[in-house]
Write a protein of this length. Structure first.
Length: 300
């Protein structure tokens, strides 16, 4: 059984005529007739009823036509992927990003990249704190997006470009605040649980940012869980502002104003690449769009 035979079978089945199939495939009618007969012999089944003027699919022929279409479509897809890779395009591109980053803002860029290079798989790798930078440095990511200001990022030798800024806010739920009606100092929350995100990289060397001595704490590995715990009144801590706008406006969360503590942190997000590891065509296209992102936002 060959793809050529399946193509003949499909063309005759859809047109009902050897002549129409001949014109479409640029093959002689005897060649098409012979190809179908060989296919029937190999499958040990009759595909067409040849009694009438037109060739009509038998019941088994109808069933096998669906499989023929599927095989031919997959073969065509394989040819396209092969051409894509032959041009030097990557099979996959990995973008590592810090979890507090508002990914929704660059979704149009990701969509354009996927539409332009549909046969390259885009892998999004969510990391925390220094994890995205570490993924880049260990060649587990082609491009990384992380927040500037953390010492390992400052000290790293990467090519970077500014994207935009965001904020982390100390928040708590009204249920927790009811237990502290005159709350003004972080020390008053030392026996409440601070919900802390763990670093997925080794860059902070187990340093805990913004955690006071003696503080009770829970560790989580995603902001969704952290928000759920805080909003339920089981703890307090910092969350990205864009994630909690609705909760703040609806009163499900309250911003904290505590003495002796940085209640709001501004984060500047940068897209980064390793200057010593050349990017492939797809990653390079994605990189260029991300680098140009700030200028495009000025005109929207």
């Amino acid at each position: 059984m060959t793809l050529d035979q399946l193509q003949m079978f499909k063309s005759v089945a859809l047109s009902g005529s050897l002549k129409a199939a001949s014109d479409k495939l640029h093959k002689t009618q005897p060649a098409i007739s012979q190809g179908i007969k060989q296919l029937e012999s190999q499958l040990d089944i009759v595909l067409f009823d040849r009694q009438g003027y037109r060739l009509v699919l038998t019941e088994p022929g109808h069933k096998l036509l669906q499989y023929a279409k599927r095989v031919l479509n997959e073969a065509q897809e394989m040819r396209q992927v092969a051409k894509h890779l032959a041009r030097g395009n990557e099979a996959s591109v990995t973008l590592a990003f810090e979890a507090s980053f508002n990914l929704a803002r660059i979704l149009p860029i990701l969509e354009r990249t996927q539409n332009e290079f549909p046969y390259t798989q885009i892998i999004l790798k969510q990391e925390f704190l220094t994890g995205a930078l570490e993924s880049l440095q260990t060649d587990k990511a082609d491009i990384a997006i992380s927040a500037g200001g953390i010492e390992p990022i400052r000290a790293s030798h990467v090519e970077s470009a500014y994207l935009f800024s965001g904020n982390l806010l100390d928040v708590a739920a009204p249920r927790l605040l009811e237990r502290h009606p005159d709350l003004s100092d972080a020390r008053e929350l030392v026996n409440e649980y601070q919900i802390v995100i763990q670093d997925t990289g080794a860059g902070t060397a187990n340093i805990e940012f913004g955690v006071q001595d003696g503080q009770r704490k829970w560790y989580v590995n995603d902001f969704y869980t952290k928000k759920m715990l805080i909003q339920s009144g089981m703890g307090w801590g910092k969350l990205p502002r864009y994630m909690i706008e609705d909760s703040l406006s609806q009163g499900h969360l309250k911003a904290l104003e505590l003495r002796e503590r940085q209640n709001q942190i501004r984060l500047n997000y940068y897209v980064m690449r390793n200057p010593h590891s050349p990017l492939g065509p797809v990653a390079e296209a994605l990189w260029q769009q991300l680098v140009e992102f700030p200028s495009t936002q000025k005109h929207t």
